[in-house]
Design a protein around this ligand. Structure first.
Ligand SMILES: [Zn+2]
Length: 242
């Protein structure tokens, strides 16, 4: 834990559902040293994984959410937490050292809270995307794809229903993310449709345009490979039928 001591600190937060005041572990600004970035905005940091500290849980009432939305819960949603989560909640001691499994469990609790209290689609999408990233860090491909699919469906819903920005992303960024998630889950046709939408959009940020162009050319490779694979399968079938 000693190496983490200068990267983490404790801060006090108040639960917006029950008023409980408790401490959370937070990451110091200087600890955010980027190691690599994935094309779906997953960032790998040197020495620390901020996702481990991103979900806050109130041990008194069971309310859990990402720190970015924790205090923003509406009164109506907080009543749903009190009605459906709190009566079933059993307080647990948080592990001193957080690992992937513990982080995923925290996100899953935030996901249940968001679903039961009818959070916005974009909030649910954001939670699912982070769970997918944690599985990616663990090398669990199948679980990663499962949650990428969930995130994707919710972003598509958010795109048609919500006002921008959603989760700090503008319209073009969400369109790009949808296209990229379709590519990652292997739905190349929909991916192509959304990348086209992004690229033909006027006045989109340079960074997103460049990313979209790069991933679009990657997608073309995927499409080519898929075509030649299915061609090969057809050839094999014809060969076998001879
Ligand atoms: Zn609480």
């Amino acid at each position: 834990m000693s190496s983490l001591d200068d990267k983490l600190y404790e801060k006090t937060v108040e639960c917006p559902v029950c008023g409980n005041v408790f401490k959370v572990t937070a990451v110091k600004r200087k600890a955010y040293v980027v190691e690599s970035r994935d094309t779906d905005f997953c960032v790998k940091y040197k020495d620390i994984n901020p996702l481990f500290y991103d979900v806050w849980i109130c041990q008194l009432c069971g309310y859990a959410a990402q720190k970015s939305t924790f205090s923003k819960i509406t009164y109506k949603r907080s009543q749903l937490i009190k009605k459906h989560i709190t009566p079933r909640w059993v307080a647990k001691k948080e592990p001193a050292v957080i690992e992937y499994e513990a982080a995923i469990n925290k996100y899953k609790l935030a996901l249940i809270n968001a679903q039961i209290s009818k959070a916005k689609d974009s909030e649910i999408a954001g939670i699912c995307l982070k769970i997918a990233w944690l599985y990616r860090f663990m090398g669990k491909k199948e679980n990663e794809l499962h949650f990428l699919n969930h995130a994707l469906n919710k972003y598509v819903d958010a795109f048609s229903k919500e006002k921008f920005p959603v989760e700090n992303m503008d319209e073009a960024t969400v369109m790009y993310l949808i296209a990229e998630l379709y590519r990652r889950v292997g739905n190349f046709e929909e991916s192509a449709r959304w990348f086209n939408k992004v690229i033909s959009q006027r006045g989109i940020p340079e960074r997103i345009l460049n990313l979209a162009r790069e991933q679009w050319s990657l997608l073309r490779e995927d499409l080519k490979n898929e075509k030649s694979k299915s061609q090969k399968n057809n050839d094999e079938v014809s060969e076998a039928l001879k």
